[in-house]
Design a protein around this ligand. Structure first.
Ligand SMILES: C[S@@+](CC[C@H](N)C(=O)[O-])C[C@H]1O[C@@H](n2cnc3c(N)ncnc32)[C@H](O)[C@@H]1O
Length: 767
C-alpha cells in the first residue's frame, strides 16, 4: 500500500490552463531515490532515463470487467460493440482522442485502459456517456477501477472454487474481488453458485476492514468471511474434521490452499499516481517495513496446506521489501521454493527479481554497506549504533539457493503501468521436502558462526506503525503448528491446546479465547424451524434443498430481527468452532433476506422479510420455477421508470398475474427481447415487492440507474430524470419546471440518489 496519500496539485479553476503541470514536473525529482535505485541497478544503465521519465508520466485509467465470468463476458461485449466504436472517432480541441484498448496480458480481454484528460471526460459527449456507463457499472460492481499491475497477484494465485483461500492484507479489497470471482467461476448470468471453498479476507485496520466489507458486498458470496487481525500473528482456526472411529465430532486446523500476501509497503511503485511520494521518498520506509513483511509471509507459510501456493506482492520497487523478504522467509522455511511462472501471461513484460542489492542505512542515502557484517563492524564502534537493520535486509551469502530471479518486477516504462513486484511460492511436494530440508540445513551456517543481531529490529521512523498485541509470542507460532499438524479432538469453541500450552492459568486461556476490545455483534445460526425463516422459505417457494441450516443472524440475541445471511458449510464450520472475538469476525456469508417495512399494511400481523436484490442470485437456484413470474421488457421499463407503479397501470397478462399474487416478495424473470429500440440480450431475474396497489422493483437506486443505462441508453429512473433536470436548470441558469411524476410516484422516497457530475468523476477514482 502506498502510505503517502494522494497529494496531487490543487486543481485550478474550471477552464484554467493547467499551471499545475509546471509544478508537477518540477516536483517530480528526488535525488535520494535516484542514488538509491541507481545503486540497486534496477534497470540497465542505458535504460535509466526512460525508466525515470516514465515515472513522471500520467498513469492511464485502467479498469477490469468484474463479476462472474458470464456476466463479465456479456458486459465486455457491450464495451467492444457499443462503446469502443462510439469512441473511435472522437476529436477534441482538434486532437484525435484514442479509444480504450484492452490490456494485452489480461485473460479474456476483460481489462481495459485509456488515457484521456479529465477535461475530455467532462466535455466530450461521447466520453461523457462512456464515463457515466463506467461509473454506474462500478457502483454496482460490474466494473472494478483498478491499477493494471494490481490485477496481477490474483491471476498468479490460480484460485479454484473448491480452494480455501486467505487474503492476509485485503483492504480495500480490489484483489479480494478478483479472488471471489475465481471462487465463483461457476456462477451463471442470473445465479450465484455456492462454492465449496472459502475466502477469508483480513486486514488489521478496522476502518479499512469495513471498506472491504462494503466493496465485497457487490459480489455477494456465501463463501466469504472478513476478519480484522494482525496477519503476522494470524491465529489458528478450527473447522470440522471427519468424525472419529466411534462417530465422535472432531475438529482440525484450517489450512489454506491459496494465500495472498499483498503486504503493506512503501508504495513507490505508485509514484505515477501518488505524486506526494516524490517529495517524501527515503529508503528508511522500506527498511522499517521489512520485518513486518517477513513476519506476514512466514505466518502465511505456517497456514498453508502442504501442496498450497502463496503469492507475495508489493507495489514497491525496493529490494529490501521484495527479494530480501523472500530470501529471509525461504531461509526459515526450507520446504518452500519460488515457482517459475515465466510462461504464464506471456504478453506481460517483466524483469527477473534481483539477486544483489545494497540497503541504505540512512535516510539521505549517504551510507551503504555491501554486507551485514560490514555494517555491524562499523556500528558497534559507535556510541549510538544504528539498530534498525537486520541481517535479513542484505542479500544472503548463498543467494543463488533461493532462485530470486523467478520473482517478477514490473516497471512503468515496460508497458505504461505502475511499478510492482510479484512472487509465487509453493511448498515442495511432500516426497521432496525431507531431502531439501537436509540440503538446506547442511548449507545453513552453524548457529555459533552467525553474527549477532545488533538489537531487536525497530520500525524505522516514518514507517507504517505495527500494532503488536500484548499476546504476540511463540505460543501463537507453535499454535499454527506444522501443516501436517494432527487432528485434535476438541469440543466446539474450546481453546486450542497449543495456544493454551505453557500458560497454565484459566485467565490466560480466557484471554486467548476472548478479545474484549472487539465490539461487533456475533453471528448465530438460526434453527431451520425458526418461524421467520420458515415463512421466508414458504412465501418464496424455496425448494427442500435450500440450505436452511446455514442461515445466520447478527445480533446478541441470535434472533431474526432485521437481516438473514447465508453461509456455505465451511464458513459455518469456522463460525461454529471459533470464538468470534478471538478471530475478530467482521463479516460472514452474504445477506439474502431483510425485514420489509410494511407501513400500515400487514400480513396476518407477522413481520415480513423480502429477498434482497444482491441476495437473489444466491437464492434463485432454490426458488421453485413455478413461482417465478415472467414479464417482458416493456414491463421492466415501467418498473425502472418509477418507484411505485400501480398494478393497474401494467399491460396484460402481467397485470392480472400480479393482481392475483399476495402482498410480499416475488421474483420476476425477464427473458431476452426487444421493446421500443431497447434490446435485452440475456435473461435477467429481479425481486419485486407487491404492496396493496403498487409494485416496487427492489433494487438499489444506483443499480437501477446502471440497468437503465445498459438497457435503454439513458438513466430513465426517477432519480436519473431528476439529475438531468437539475443539470438542465443549471445550464440554462433558471429553474426548470419538473417533469410530471409517473403514476404512483407521489409516495416516492424523498432521498433521491442525486448523482452530480463531480461525483461521477470522483467515483472513478480508485479507493
Ligand atoms: C497493499 S494494501 C492491500 C491492498 C489490497 N490487497 C487490495 O488489493 O485492495 C496493504 C494492507 O495491509 C494492511 N495491513 C498493514 N499491516 C497489517 C498487518 N499487520 N496485518 C494485516 N494487514 C495489515 C493495511 O491496512 C492495508 O490495507
Amino acid at each position: 500500500m502506498a502510505r503517502s496519500k494522494r497529494r496531487g496539485p490543487k486543481k485550478g479553476g474550471k477552464d484554467e490552463p493547467s499551471r499545475t503541470d509546471v509544478i508537477e514536473k518540477l516536483d517530480m525529482d528526488n535525488e535520494r531515490f535516484k542514488t538509491y535505485y541507481q545503486a540497486q541497478r534496477l534497470v540497465p544503465e542505458e535504460e535509466w532515463e526512460t525508466f525515470y521519465d516514465a515515472l513522471k508520466q500520467h498513469l492511464p485509467t485502467t479498469f477490469r470487467v468484474a463479476g462472474s465470468r458470464q456476466v463479465a463476458n456479456t458486459l465486455n461485449q457491450t464495451i467492444k460493440d457499443v462503446h469502443v466504436p462510439a469512441l473511435s472517432d472522437v476529436i477534441f480541441e482538434e486532437q484525435k482522442i484514442p479509444p480504450p484498448v484492452q490490456i494485452p496480458w489480461y485473460p479474456d480481454g476483460l481489462a481495459w485502459q485509456f488515457n484521456v484528460p479529465k477535461k475530455v471526460l467532462r466535455k466530450s459527449p461521447e466520453f461523457k456517456k462512456f464515463h457515466s456507463f463506467l461509473v454506474f457499472e462500478t457502483e454496482v460492481g460490474n466494473i472494478s477501477r483498478q491499477e493494471a499491475v494490481s490485477m496481477l497477484p490474483p491471476l498468479f494465485l490460480e484460485v479454484e472454487p473448491h480452494h480455501r483461500v486467505m487474503d492476509m492484507c485485503a483492504a480495500p479489497g480490489s484483489k479480494t474481488a478478483q479472488l471471489l470471482e475465481a471462487l465463483h467461476a461457476q456462477d451463471s448470468v442470473t445465479a450465484t453458485s455456492i462454492p465449496s471453498g472459502l475466502l477469508i479476507a483480513n486486514d488489521t485496520d478496522h476502518k479499512r476492514t469495513h471498506l472491504l466489507i462494503h466493496q465485497t458486498a457487490r459480489l455477494p458470496s456465501p463463501a466469504l468471511m472478513v476478519t480484522n487481525l494482525d496477519a503476522s500473528i494470524y491465529p489458528v482456526m478450527k473447522i470440522d474434521a471427519l468424525p472419529g472411529p466411534n462417530g465422535e465430532r472432531r475438529t482440525e486446523q484450517l489450512l489454506f490452499d491459496r494465500i495472498l500476501c499483498d503486504v503493506p509497503c512503501s508504495g513507490d511503485g505508485t509514484l505515477r499516481k501518488n505524486m506526494g511520494i516524490w517529495k517524501s521518498w527515503q529508503p528508511m520506509d522500506g527498511n522499517g517495513l521489512h520485518g513486518l513483511q517477513v513476519r506476514i509471509l512466514q505466518r502465511a507459510m505456517k497456514l498453508l496446506k502442504p501442496d498450497g501456493r502463496i503469492v507475495y506482492s508489493t507495489c514497491s520497487l525496493n529490494p529490501v521489501e521484495n527479494e530480501a523478504v523472500l530470501a529471509e522467509a525461504l531461509k526459515s522455511n526450507s520446504d518452500f521454493h519460488l515457482v517459475d511462472v515465466s510462461s504464464k501471461l506471456p504478453s506481460l513484460i517483466r524483469r527477473p527479481g534481483l539477486t544483489s542489492w545494497r540497503p541504505s542505512v540512512d535516510r539521505s542515502v549517504n551510507t551503504s554497506y555491501a554486507t551485514y557484517e560490514e555494517f555491524v563492524a562499523s556500528e558497534t564502534a559507535k556510541a549510538n549504533p544504528n539498530t534498525k537493520l537486520t541481517e535479513g535486509h542484505w542479500p544472503p551469502k548463498d543467494v543463488e539457493r533461493f532462485d530470486l530471479h523467478r520473482s517478477m518486477r514490473i516497471y512503468p516504462h515496460l508497458q505504461d503501468t505502475g511499478g510492482f513486484f510479484v512472487a509465487v511460492l509453493e511448498r515442495r511436494p511432500p516426497g521432496e521436502q525431507s531431502a531439501k530440508k537436509r540440503e538446506a540445513s547442511e548449507s545453513e551456517e552453524p548457529a555459533e558462526t552467525k553474527k549477532p543481531r545488533l538489537e531487536k529490529e525497530n520500525v524505522a521512523a516514518g514507517a507504517e506503525p505495527v500494532a503488536e498485541p500484548a499476546d504476540i509470542d511463540v505460543d501463537v507460532e507453535n499454535a499454527a503448528g506444522d501443516a501436517s499438524e494432527a487432528k485434535t479432538k476438541e469440543t466446539p469453541t474450546s481453546t486450542s491446546a497449543a495456544v493454551a500450552k505453557g500458560r497454565g492459568s484459566k485467565r490466560a486461556k480466557k484471554d486467548k479465547e476472548t478479545d474484549e476490545t472487539f465490539k461487533e455483534h456475533p453471528y448465530t445460526f438460526l434453527s431451520p424451524d425458526d418461524p421467520i425463516l420458515k415463512n421466508c422459505i414458504e412465501r418464496l417457494s424455496l425448494t427442500s434443498d435450500f440450505p436452511s441450516s446455514n442461515i445466520l443472524v447478527r445480533n446478541p440475541e441470535g434472533e431474526a430481527v432485521r437481516s438473514l445471511y447465508l453461509a456455505n458449510d465451511l464458513v459455518k464450520s469456522v463460525v461454529e468452532h471459533n470464538n468470534y472475538t478471538r478471530i475478530r469476525l467482521s463479516a460472514a456469508g452474504t445477506k439474502v433476506f431483510s425485514k420489509q417495512d410494511m407501513g400500515k399494511a400487514t400480513v396476518g400481523g407477522e413481520p415480513q422479510f423480502r429477498v434482497l436484490g444482491e441476495g437473489l442470485p444466491v437464492i434463485l437456484p432454490f426458488v421453485d420455477p413455478g413461482a417465478i413470474i415472467t414479464a417482458d421488457l416493456e414491463t421492466l421499463k415501467v418498473l425502472v421508470q418509477s418507484y411505485y407503479p400501480l398494478v393497474s397501470s401494467f399491460e396484460e397478462p402481467f397485470k392480472s398475474v400480479m393482481e392475483a399474487r399476495a402482498i410480499g416478495s416475488h421474483v420476476v424473470r425477464f427473458p431476452p427481447g426487444e421493446f421500443d429500440g431497447a434490446v435485452l440480450t440475456h435473461e435477467i431475474v429481479l425481486p419485486i415487492w407487491k404492496s396493496n396497489v403498487s409494485l416496487t422493483l427492489m433494487m438499489d437506486k444506483k443499480a437501477k440507474s446502471a440497468l437503465s443505462l445498459r438497457l435503454f441508453g439513458a438513466d430513465i429512473t426517477t432519480a436519473g430524470r431528476d439529475v438531468a433536470q437539475k443539470q438542465a436548470g443549471a445550464e440554462s441558469g433558471s429553474a426548470t419546471p419538473g417533469l410530471p411524476p409517473t403514476a404512483g410516484d407521489e409516495e416516492a422516497d424523498t432521498e433521491l440518489a442525486v448523482v452530480q457530475e463531480s461525483d461521477l468523476l470522483d467515483a472513478m477514482e480508485e479507493s
